[in-house]
Design a protein around this ligand. Structure first.
Ligand SMILES: O=C(O)CCC(=O)C(=O)O
Length: 283
């Protein structure tokens, strides 16, 4: 039997905030030492992969490819002990990392669609009732200024029924109508990707540099950037392995979370109770 991971429950108020508003702001999720290591590793990946590209080609944003292969700290981040309770509470026991990227957004207009859901083209599930389907975590290792391409949300919009009209982007005044998160180094923001969101223009003079990890269920396709080629960078405990797509052997996709014991069926329970009663009478 696989021992259950020791993951604390998140506070009720946080759970309610996530269910109703669609996002959670997690100040100081990373401690200062980890934040510095992440920043240094990001800078190395930027120098190795993005510097030449940025000098030769102007783009709205740049992404580091195969981020988790560039430094073990990026795998560490995906299964940070203080993050696990939030992953389990917002996705479930079968949570898996499905995508991981490092993004650089130079000063300029936003590159995201205005007030979008990442799930708009997902058919076959009722997204308004699937608050635990797909989340993202943005990690910040340096302070952002309010005009440096911050994330903004229209809280609660993930709960709108599919047939209900969405607000028209031209009617939204981000500063009046949305929640804009201006993070400090060490902070993270976790959100239901069906909640309408966008990144605002970067009108500052500085690049906005972030890490973006997406999580969903074990049965959802995992991108190749969501696990490190070097398996020794993956911790050995079952929950961390599962998060990197290494499920328990012999357990079906849909049954991963092997520490959860299958609940005996009602009929089996009844048989056992009757059996005990009969035995009790004869002895
Ligand atoms: O801020 C970004 O880089 C992208 C924001 C966004 O739309 C997302 O993460 O889905």
């Amino acid at each position: 039997m696989i021992a259950a991971p020791e993951v604390r429950e998140i506070r009720k108020a946080e759970q309610i905030q996530f269910e109703n508003q669609g996002y959670l702001y997690l100040p100081q999720l990373m401690n200062p030492a980890l934040t510095s290591r992440v920043k240094a590793a990001y800078q190395r990946a930027q120098d190795d992969q993005l510097a030449l590209q940025m000098a030769s080609e102007k783009r709205a944003h740049y992404d580091v490819s195969q981020l988790l292969d560039t430094d073990p700290v990026f795998s560490e981040l995906a299964v940070l002990p203080d993050l696990l309770p939030y992953l389990v509470a917002t996705v479930g026991d079968d949570v898996q990392l499905v995508q991981a990227s490092a993004r650089l957004f130079p000063p300029g207009k936003t590159f995201t669609a205005p007030w979008h859901s990442d799930m708009a083209n997902t058919l076959g599930i009722d997204l308004a009732h699937s608050a635990h389907f797909h989340i993202k975590v943005h990690f910040y290792f340096e302070d952002l200024q309010p005009n440096q391409g911050c994330l903004a949300f229209l809280p609660g919009t993930h709960r709108l029924p599919r047939e209900k009209e969405r607000p028209r982007p031209q009617d939204i005044d981000a500063h009046r109508d949305s929640v804009i998160i201006v993070p400090k180094a060490g902070d993270a923001v976790l959100f239901n990707t069906h909640c309408l969101h966008m990144c605002l223009d970067n009108t500052s003079t500085a690049d906005r540099r972030t890490l973006i990890y997406a999580y969903s269920h074990f049965w959802v396709k995992q991108q190749s950037n969501a696990y490190p080629a070097n398996e020794s960078w993956i911790p050995s405990d079952p929950l961390a392995r599962q998060i990197f797509g290494l499920g328990a052997e012999g357990v079906e996709f849909f049954d991963q979370r092997p520490w959860v014991q299958p609940r005996p069926s009602a009929i089996k329970n009844l048989r056992q109770r009757l059996g005990k009663r009969i035995l009790g009478r004869v002895s």
